[in-house]
Design a protein around this ligand. Sequence first.
Ligand code: DGT
Ligand code: CA
Ligand code: CA
Ligand code: ZN
Length: 572
Amino acid sequence: MDNIEIANILNQIADILELKGGNKFKIGAYRHAAQIIEAMPKDINEIYKKDELEKIPGVGKSIADHIRELIETGKCKKFEKIKKYVPKSVVDLINIQGLGPKKVKFLYKKFNVKSIADLEKLVKSHRLLRFKGWGKKSEQNILKGIKLYHKFSKRFLLGRIYFLAQGILKKLKAHRDVDKAEVCGSIRRMKETIGDLDFLVTTRKPREITNFFVNLPEVQEIRAKGSTKANVLLRRGPLADLRVVKPESFGAALHYFTGSKAHNIAIRKIGVKKGLKINEYGVFKRVGKKFVKIGGEKEEDIFKAVGLPWIPPEIRQNTGEIEAAEKGKLPNLVSLKDIQGDLHMHTKWSDGENTILEMAQAAKKKGYKYIAITDHTPTVGVTHGLTPNRVLKQIKEIKKINQKVKGIKILSGIEVDIRKDGCLDLPDGILKKLDVVIASIHTAFHLPKKEMTKRIIRAMQNPNVDIIGHPTGRIINKREPYQLDLEEVFKIARKNGIVMEINAFWNRLDLNDINIRLAKNFDVKMSIDTDAHSLSGLDMMIFGVATARRGWAEKKDIINTLPLNKLLKIFK
Ligand code: DGT
Ligand code: CA
Ligand code: CA
Ligand code: ZN
């Protein structure tokens, strides 16, 4: 059992308890623990071995007991018992946007709705309209939710798969018969959702390695196995491909299986014009009637053959990267090592898990020069949103901690809520005292486009606001972005010097790659921040940076690549 499998079970327990109308506090505890375990990069089995399960934030005695049972026996009595209460297909309905546990319970008890198909039929029959709380609007919402569910249910979020892929890659690389190994496909391109995993290796012993691969503990089921190829179903849900190639073809195969397909085709076309054949085995030149191999061991060989510099995988989409490469105008993409600090994180003062000091120490370990503490304000509805009084207290506290911790500067910030009318959740007099003000929307997501745009722009006109947090509000595969005229927002951002956030949290990635490129075209500055609610949340930076790279962002576009003194000038 790994982190995600355990988190899944804890979440399912919470779902069922919710359907049963269980204790809210308890349900929250399960969800909370699941969230932490799912997002933390540390392997829960390691923590178990050290007998430190209860040290995981959010994991108390009883949840730790469940986890221990799961790791030791693969089962947990609590789950086995309450699972009998409703069929799993009913529990799954909770995940449809527009439905909550109360509604699902009602539909199940009253109409025996057990599946999405049942649900769709019932909604379309309009039989629900007779009941209190079910209107035309809820019918539409549910149908929309069903559509979204179908659209997204087959792809996996990068943040849930990335560390799994890296783990498998590490095992392949460590095998003594493996020469080179790489993960290709959408993971190498760091796409926000992943269809399947693609591994590539070179070895002199293909049979041993395909055997090794299909017998990895991450594998649930072998779907195909040949001497140089295998396809397996991983326990965490996705399929994974393995391909074994000869060393002299490694670069060509790496390029081919990295994709995107559209990029590959465009490169191959240039090759054809130059009399070259390019495929996963190499680059071949026509000599008389025959093709002679001229390269393929290194990925650079492919680009060189068509007269181009190496192009970073994240931008291989055939959306202008080849033209840019031809003109020598490839962007110099921002990278993780450029990041000097993290400007969005929560602490125990609001809904975070750790103290200010703990966050600062963890950030310092990452080599950051600064962080901003940006807890929530009351309107968000989380417990302990910061009132004006507590903001002042926190500023004092941060001053003290700054004197204790050397080598990293802690900025006083806030994630102030943008209310429905565009007003901010704290008075200007208080906002003025802070080093950094992030303004974000957490309520009233469904305003019409015009109103929503006006709302955000109003917030951006407050001179205290520095950054707009998670500007489109989408949750990948769960919640659509709000209706917003982003171009209008970017124009104002440019004019007022407001920074747009690239929220790096694994299920947000907001701005997304496309919007980042748009923001860059508007000459808008951005900041890549994790929105961490715990220490492990700080590790999400890699996904924000990858998304920025996919959006062609360079170091100069990202403000938290600046040294502290220059950064502070932006917040003036
Ligand atoms: P995914 O798995 O849906 O997230 O996306 P990818 O890009 O990983 O796609 P996948 O796994 O189907 O294939 C891996 C790579 O192999 C893909 O990015 C490009 C290459 N590839 C696959 N099929 C074709 C094809 O028909 N033509 C070309 N040129 N390349 C292909
Ligand atoms: Ca793939
Ligand atoms: Ca594949
Ligand atoms: Zn937020």
